[in-house]
Design a protein around this ligand. Structure first.
Ligand code: DGJ
Length: 713
């Protein structure tokens, strides 16, 4: 619901309200973000007034007004607000800006062109004019149907020449209070580690300047009331629908907390000529009064319903056998055919040929960009492999790394200037990044990929990205280097858009050296993303746990791999690996030829069991029960929306001899329903399961257990 009373705006989702006003002088003041309130009461909300040492702008209509203390919707620069501005634009007249209200419009979903976005909604567009410059800023607020999320973005139109130095998507000033911030940091093989710290005075800023949202810091920040926990209390979530360099800030000042974010301003600049516009990516703002768990469910529901590709989001996922950890680069046609022979009877339905099938790619030092089948390695090319899959009722998928170029490649020999940067360049995994800010390069990569997707029956594409951008410069962007990082992302999105549109039946999986680009931007094109290169179930449980703070389970691609694990050397049972991989879009990535007959039978049973619970993974509500970072246990429970079914996976990190009486209290069930717990052969009420709980089974190191719960009618 969007309601406007005079110059007050009330945006209400299912459970939240967001209120702001244009005051008499035209300043846009933030008034409220929290649980839903009655529309007729919003006239009672008031912005706090000023303090000593807070200057009054010339246009202020009351003597106690200062931009330094006023809670704002989008902060300007150089008019007495000493907090961080939302945008800075340099022009002949300087950098100061003074944005004032100039009207509004309400209409159908307005989306940022060329960027991933919410797919449906109603948009309030609030127009602001700068009294100091010929500049117009429009703030967009979109409410998606049946959702608890507010989507914001910003567009700036220059009436005079200017250089944008900062152009955040959103800003808001939360009331003074005791807050914590939660971020998801990490590294390759250990993505999205939750880190909660008190928000002290000053600036808390998380960012990526790597040209990708990154393993190191996810494009998501939660601001929680200090008293809030997993299941209770006020939590605000701020996520970006963007996959490039980003920044999110929470600035605790003298009167409030300013939260804002968008494209990273470090190294960013953007030239605008007269009449030109710049559009910032969308941000997801959400509020929950049910703690971090509630916020995660709001995010998951929103992403599934309004961001992920509708065609694939709720359909049963391909259960792949991927050859990467089975063979790495060491494969040929006979070894691949053998793998397919093993996979089909086990119930895997898609074979994905990973890195190494193209050009002279015998290792990771060469051939990126040469998207031609290596017929020396694969006798007869892809056709015999695809035919083999089909004969066994399987589909075929192919790996690409579209954004990259190796120095040792035909593509680089033909177009040395296509790599970002100038000589000498940094190498990472011995490769360079293609300059996707240049449309002709994106066109060429599209043509090469489209040719393969047209010629062959390919039903699945894994889109990888294995290095970050170091030198933000290139032959064609001299003087406009500050634009490169974002123009690069626009090129990536243009390619993803074209491929997914023109090949709508192909299922795309995102990847970036594991989960280095796991964000709402990529999820707009790819229904799932490879969560991490670490497939050890104990490590994976933690990575999936952290990822679930901001993303749905079905978006996490999770594979059963070999034991001992290739990353950690840890030995775990096949059942353990299967259980942890069942908490996402499951798949397999190991040499099936080495399995015993018992293991094969076990995998068949795993796949049957997965298909039974898959609906829960695709549509259910996730409840985090035991935090593997804080306790000796891991447990997650997913409950169907009608609360008739639930599925729990638990893990014990270390066997502790006398730790027998630990009870696990379930969550999210219906107190009054009776549930049969299949594995325990007992039937109990939801109230008992949630309040008295069940005993954690006695287990050895790194062992898992599952409980299937079914309502007894
Ligand atoms: C990194 C990915 O995360 C792996 O799954 C695999 O595809 C390799 N790249 C291939 O180079």
């Amino acid at each position: 619901m969007i309601s406007v009373t005079g110059r007050r705006f009330h945006l209400a989702g299912k459970n939240f309200s967001y209120v702001f006003e244009a005051d008499a002088a035209g300043y846009l003041l933030h008034l409220y973000f929290g649980p839903r309130i009655a529309d007729e009461d919003i006239s009672h909300l008031a912005a706090p007034s000023f303090l000593s040492f807070s200057p009054m702008p010339p246009q202020a209509t009351s003597v106690d007004f200062s931009l330094d203390t006023a809670p704002q919707e989008y902060a300007t620069y150089g008019q007495g607000d000493f907090r961080r501005p939302s945008a800075i634009y340099r022009r002949k007249g300087g950098r100061a800006s003074n944005l004032r209200y100039a009207g509004y419009e309400i209409g159908e979903n307005v989306v940022p062109q060329g960027l991933p976005h919410v797919r449906a909604g109603e948009t309030l567009a609030v127009k602001l004019h700068d009294t100091l410059a010929d500049v117009a800023v429009t703030l967009y607020y979109t409410l998606a149907p049946d959702s608890d999320v507010l989507v914001r973005h910003m567009e700036i139109e220059a009436g005079e020449e200017l250089t944008l130095e900062r152009a955040f998507s959103f800003s808001l000033d939360l009331p003074v209070g005791e807050y914590d911030v939660l971020r998801l940091h990490g590294r390759h093989l250990a993505e999205r580690i939750p880190c909660r710290t008190p928000l002290g005075h000053g600036l808390c800023r998380i960012e990526s300047s790597r040209g990708a949202s990154s393993h190191q810091m996810n494009a998501f920040l939660a601001v929680m009331e200090h008293a809030a926990g997993e299941d209770h209390g006020s939590v605000y979530g701020f996520g970006l629908i963007y996959s490039g360099s980003f920044a999110l800030e929470a600035e605790c000042g003298q009167t409030d907390v300013r939260v804002q974010g968008g494209i990273n301003d470090l190294g960013f600049s953007w030239e605008l000529g007269r009449g030109e516009k710049f559009t910032a990516p969308q941000a997801i703002l959400a509020y929950s009064s049910s703690g971090m768990g509630g916020l995660s469910r709001v995010y998951a529901d929103f992403l599934r319903a309004h961001i992920l590709p509708p065609k694939h989001v709720y359909s049963p996922r391909p259960i792949v056998i991927n050859n990467w950890e089975a063979t790495y680069f060491d494969f040929d046609t006979p070894s691949i055919l053998k793998l397919i022979d093993e996979a089909a009877p086990l119930g895997m339905d898609t074979f994905v040929l990973d890195d190494g099938w193209f050009g002279a790619r015998s290792d990771d030092h060469r051939a990126l960009g040469d998207w031609y089948v290596n017929t020396q390695k694969l006798a007869g090319g892809l056709q015999p492999i695809i035919a083999h899959c089909k004969e066994r009722g399987m589909k075929f998928g192919l790996w690409f790394e579209p954004e990259m170029i190796s120095e040792d490649s035909d593509l680089f020999r033909a177009h040395p200037d296509w790599a970002i940067g100038t000589e000498p360049r940094c190498k990472s995994r011995d490769q360079y990044v293609l300059d996707f800010s240049r449309p002709e390069i994106v066109d060429e990569i599209y043509a090469r990929m489209a040719a393969l997707l047209t010629e062959y029956d390919i039903s699945y594409v894994k889109w990888d990205m294995n290095r970050h951008i170091t030198e933000f410069c290139g032959e064609k962007c001299r003087g406009r280097e500050g634009e490169l990082a974002h123009r690069y992302m626009l090129g990536v999105y243009a390619l993803a858009e074209r491929l997914t549109k023109n090949f709508p039946d192909v299922f795309f999986e995102g990847c970036s050296g594991g989960g280095g680009r796991f964000d709402a931007g990529m999820l707009y094109y790819f229904p799932q993303v490879w969560t991490s290169d670490d497939t050890d179930p104990f490590e994976r449980a933690k990575i999936q746990w952290g990822t679930s703070y901001a993303y749905p389970m079905s978006a996490m691609s999770c594979h059963v791999s070999a034991s001992p694990n290739h990353q950690t050397g840890r030995k775990t049972a096949l059942s353990v690996r299967g259980h942890i991989a069942s908490l996402g879009a499951t798949g397999y990535e190991l040499d099936l030829c080495k399995l015993t007959e018992e293991e094969k039978e076990e995998i068949k049973a795993q796949i049957r069991a997965y298909r039974e619970t898959e609906e829960l993974i695709l549509r259910g509500d996730l409840y985090r029960l035991c935090d593997p970072f804080e306790t000796n246990y891991f447990a997650e429970l997913v409950v169907s929306k009608d609360k008739a079914r639930a599925y729990l996976v638990g893990m014990t990190a270390r066997f502790i001899p006398s730790d027998y009486n630990r009870r696990l209290r379930l969550k999210g069930l219906d107190e009054n329903k009776q549930y049969h717990v299949r594995e325990l052969g007992i039937t109990l009420h939801g109230s008992t399961l949630m309040h008295a709980g069940l005993l954690i089974p006695k287990q050895h190191d790194y062992e898992t257990w599952v409980w299937h719960l079914e309502e007894v009618l």
